[in-house]
Design a protein around this ligand. Structure first.
Ligand code: NAD
Length: 359
């Protein structure tokens, strides 16, 4: 089998991680790299054994190499659109880092370019492969929770403001909301099979960071929250922080008409038969703890997964088999719709309407 020929755009922190994963997968060969900083790209090429003749500072020039079949887009958030669209238009498949984009308009352009090209655009939200997230989606699909009318999508760092390109609007667009928030928001949307949002009331602030030495130039939010109403009337509360005076903002959870769920635990009046069947088919066990006349059911024994390895292998499999994208840009676009709503709502100080664009 011929090796898949890969190029990488943006040779910063996460690009090294892509290379680490690629280097362990036998049928992948990285043949070209690009960064706006020539020295950085050259050092990167040397470290990973990429021929120096294939080091570029202009991604459009690199896309002229016919041999390139797939492109890892590892630029900062505000620079995802350019190389992604150029690669798709040049007939390459794309594995683009999360978040899909900083701006909704960029995400729309990327999804449209993927559709027009017929090539695969996979957005690297690897948390989607965590076993408890995969299981949560199956539990919802089996109807074990019944209709979900309310959920909370939560992530928290008490102190974990990154640095570099992550803390400036010019490069990152947003702060905690798009950086780590995209993981738990997408996990929730994926679990619920991507409900369509219709209104968002959002909040964002940076009270702790603005008084933290070393973060004087930061101009993105450290904390964000939102109340999101979906088309079917159900609600998602979203909370995320890089910095907060709290140990925790709570867990993500789902309230259904028949049962409730945190990742790994079901709360019900009795053990649902469908859950017993699902646990058996997934090879895991249910630990039932009585609570008055009700039960908490812990799902145990899910097999651990190397989410990075899984993500790249799923992407390469889709490339070899002709799709579809394992993490579909048209679905991930919903995270951008909500994030755009949070930004507009936070600026206006009131709820705003949002709409998922037709692609
Ligand atoms: N999946 C994960 O676990 C994870 C972790 C960290 C970062 N990320 C994501 O990866 C992306 C990059 O993060 P990072 O930490 O590597 O950032 P970084 O700032 O270290 O690297 C980005 C690189 O892109 C280059 N670049 C920018 N515009 C370019 C262009 N037009 N052409 C070529 N190169 C260009 C920059 O010069 C820089 O070297 C971000 O979107 C981030 O959210 C994902």
């Amino acid at each position: 089998m011929d090796k898949i020929k890969v190029a990488v755009v943006g040779t910063g922190g996460i690009a090294n991680h892509h290379m680490g994963v690629y280097s362990k997968i036998e049928d992948i060969q990285v043949i070209a790299v690009c960064d706006i900083f020539k020295d950085k790209a050259m050092n990167f090429a040397e470290r990973w054994g990429v021929p120096k003749k294939n080091v570029f500072t202009n991604y459009k020039k690199m896309m002229e190499m016919d041999e390139i079949q797939t492109v890892s887009v590892c630029t900062f958030n505000q620079a995802h659109r350019g190389p992604t669209v150029a690669a798709l238009e040049a007939g390459k498949h794309v594995l683009c880092e999360k978040p899909m984009a900083a701006k909704l308009s960029d995400a729309v352009a990327m999804a449209k370019a993927a559709k027009a090209s017929g090539k695969i655009l996979h957005i690297a939200i690897h948390s989607r492969y965590q076993p408890h997230i995969v299981m949560a989606r199956k539990i919802v699909d089996e109807g074990i929770l019944g209709d979900v009318y309310y959920c909370e999508s939560v992530g928290c760092r008490r102190r974990g403001v990154p640095g570099g390109t992550f803390i400036h609007k010019k490069t990152a667009g947003f702060g905690a909301i798009v950086d780590i928030g995209v993981y738990n928001m997408h996990d929730t949307l994926f679990t619920l099979n991507y409900p369509k949002p219709v209104t968002v009331s959002g909040y964002a602030c940076d009270y702790i960071s603005r008084n933290t030495p070393g973060l004087e130039t930061m101009d993105v939010e450290e904390f964000g929250a939102a109340w999101v109403r979906f088309e079917d009337g159900s609600i998602m509360v979203f909370k995320i922080s890089w910095a907060v005076h709290a140990d925790s903002l709570g867990n993500s959870y789902y309230l259904g008409k028949k049962a409730g769920m945190t990742y790994g635990t079901i709360y019900a009046d009795s053990v649902p038969k469908e859950l017993e069947k699902l646990a058996e088919s997934e090879g895991c066990t249910l630990k039932v703890e009585p609570r008055d006349n009700m039960v908490n059911i812990r799902i145990e024994g899910l097999k651990p997964v190397d989410v990075w390895d899984k993500q790249v292998r799923e992407f390469i499999k889709a490339v070899r088999e002709g799709g579809p994208s394992p993490i579909d840009p048209q679905k991930v676009l919903i995270t951008n719709v909500i994030m755009d709503g949070i930004s507009r709502s936070a600026q206006k100080g009131k709820e705003v309407n949002v709409q998922v664009p037709e692609i």
